[in-house]
Write a protein that binds this ligand. Structure first.
Ligand code: ZN
Length: 165
């Protein structure tokens, strides 16, 4: 879909707000497990998402934004997690990080795609900037994943490993 600037801004604002809300849930969950390090990481992500959200709102000042009828870039729950709105309260740090990473990748790809498909120069410029920020988030989560022990209980159900011998 080729976005106009107001459409693009409306989606970007919704995407960042969604990310901030989900990160806050994850941060609270990790805190309840006394996993302070990962909780702190997610709180940092809340802060970044809020800052990003606020700067996009600022950029959108004076522009009439369309109401989004359906919002398809909500965070996607992993298939094994029941319920649309809440995280599995048993989510461990590794799965929480992996899950966040997948959603950051979707956000990055979304911005890349939006920039590619729009003929509006400002949308292209902003989309490239936002995609770069999401790529940094993906990178931060990759680094955390690399030093977070993978829980053995979920090992065999790991979709990353399906097809492996
Ligand atoms: Zn992000």
């Amino acid at each position: 879909m080729s976005y106009s600037l107001p459409e693009f801004l409306a989606h970007a604002i919704a995407l960042e707000r969604e990310a901030a809300e989900r990160y806050l849930e994850l941060a609270d969950m990790m805190e309840s497990y006394r996993n302070d390090e990962v909780s702190q990481l997610f709180r940092d992500m809340v802060r970044y998402s809020n800052m990003h959200h606020d700067s996009i709102v600022e950029r959108a000042k004076g522009i009439a934004l369309p109401a989004l009828r359906s919002w398809q870039y909500r965070w996607r729950q992993p298939p094994e997690v029941g319920g649309e709105e809440a995280f599995d309260p048993g989510l461990n740090a590794y799965d929480a990080l992996r899950y966040a990473r997948e959603n950051e990748i979707r956000a990055r790809d979304y911005y890349v795609q939006a920039g590619k498909e729009s003929s509006d120069a400002e949308v292209q410029r902003l989309a490239a900037e936002f995609a770069a920020e999401e790529a940094e988030h993906v990178q931060a989560l990759e680094e955390w994943l690399a030093r977070t022990p993978r829980p053995s209980a979920t090992w065999e159900h790991d979709p990353d490993r399906s097809g492996a011998a």
